[in-house]
Design a protein around this ligand. Structure first.
Ligand code: MN
Length: 395
């Protein structure tokens, strides 16, 4: 079985309010060309098809037309799409029945009553077990009295047991999931408040030949002695932190139990996300260097500024002025302080120590760190007055 594995398209994503349909459309065309050339048996999209749970009409049209084009590029190929945490699981399923006519299987929701929808036979080649994103507390109850924290594990193993019954011929099995696996590299990833939930790979059960993962944007193989798992990563960067090559993954599995042969096909981004300059640089120098920036490159720019005391209030306009005849787009300024700030210093204090010193002491520490001298009496008095006012508010 030959599998094209991709995920995290984030269609409709706006980067600092800039519309990205052009490069997203470009990626989808590249994908259709890869499909035409490779003729896979199945294409799996492991979640985060859209960036917003209510995608714009443009994003939805782009999706529909692209899936039809991809289907045309290889009519024999099955397509399996699952919902990620960014997608609306029910909206993705709206056209579920319609898509079946084009060999497209959309799995948005997990419902305890219909487990059959997660198991998709790929002609006489193999099986795909498609699991969309599910919050750990929301896995359905399969066996009576299963504690909540074990329901994920029971659910995955139940599906894999079910596929085993159907798979008398011993064909390869691909499992799809959209979650963060313990031990995966999530550097630069947007973490939700309260941190990311990590699931050990063992919780996803046994009985598959390849685990096609989505959610983590950095492409990577998951190291495990007995299992073969991979994040295909984003085909296009979603943030400036994704400074690594982007690709889709092709997997070939001869037979059940065989080691999958994995390779990647790079995706070219016509509008790269560039951190400029590569190292934090004082603002006036940045402006000079920007003058020499390639006028024809339609890149998005994060401006990397080294700040001594403060940034002038007109710095955004001055950058825009320098870039006005160029094709690149200014997104934002990333500031790096020349001196370590209190944020880097204070973690040395434990929570208990923080509680024991007064707000004025913390302010003095901050001032000392930031400006390299002691806070003067006048500033101390002002600070105490402001503090007294906020405390009166609390009463
Ligand atoms: Mn994602």
């Amino acid at each position: 079985m030959k599998i094209l594995h991709t995920s995290d398209w984030h269609l409709g994503h706006l980067l600092y309010n800039y519309d990205r349909s052009e490069e997203q459309q470009d990626f989808l065309c590249q994908l259709a060309r890869i499909v035409a050339q490779e003729q896979p048996d199945v294409m799996v999209v492991s979640g985060d098809v859209f960036h917003y749970s209510s995608p714009s009409a443009t994003a939805q049209r782009m999706y529909t037309e692209a899936i039809l084009d991809i289907h045309q590029a290889c009519p024999e190929m099955e397509i399996v799409l699952t919902a990620g945490n960014h997608d609306s699981s029910s909206k993705l399923e709206v056209d579920r029945k319609l898509w079946k006519h084009f060999s497209v299987h959309v799995v948005g929701k997990v419902e305890g009553a219909d487990l059959g929808k997660h198991i998709i036979p790929i002609k006489d080649k193999g099986f795909v077990v498609a699991v969309p994103h599910v919050y750990p507390q929301n896995f359905p109850l399969i066996e009576e009295n299963t504690p909540r924290e074990e329901r994920c594990c029971v659910f995955f193993q139940h599906l894999l047991n079910k596929v085993k019954e159907e798979n008398a011929a011993g064909l390869p099995v691909v499992l799809m999931a959209h979650l963060a696996i313990t031990g995966s590299d999530s550097t630069g990833h947007d973490e939700p408040i309260g941190g990311m939930d990590f699931t050990p790979i063992t919780a996803l059960g046994e009985g598959y030949d390849y685990l096609a993962l989505g959610h983590i944007h950095c492409p990577q193989d998951i190291k495990d002695n007995t299992r073969h798992a991979r994040y295909s990563g984003t085909p296009l960067p979603v943030s400036f932190d994704e400074q690594y090559p982007h690709s889709i993954t092709l997997v070939e599995i001869d037979k059940q139990g065989a080691t999958p042969v994995i390779r990647t096909v790079p995706i070219h981004n016509p509008k790269p996300l560039i951190i400029f300059p590569s190292k934090p640089t004082p603002f006036e120098e940045v402006l000079k260097e920007l003058e020499g920036f390639d006028s024809d490159l339609p890149a998005y720019l994060q401006i990397n500024v080294l700040v001594k005391d403060f940034l002038a209030p007109d710095c955004n306009e001055r950058i825009s002025q320098v870039l006005k005849d160029k094709r690149c787009r200014f997104c934002h300024i990333k500031m790096t302080w020349e001196q370590a700030t209190i944020c880097e210093q204070l973690p040395r204090l434990s929570l208990q120590e923080m509680k024991e010193i007064s707000p004025t002491e913390i302010a003095k520490l901050y001032y000392q760190e930031k400006f390299g001298k002691e806070m003067d009496d006048e500033l101390c008095t002002l600070f105490n007055e402001a503090l007294a006012l906020t405390q009166m508010d609390k009463l």
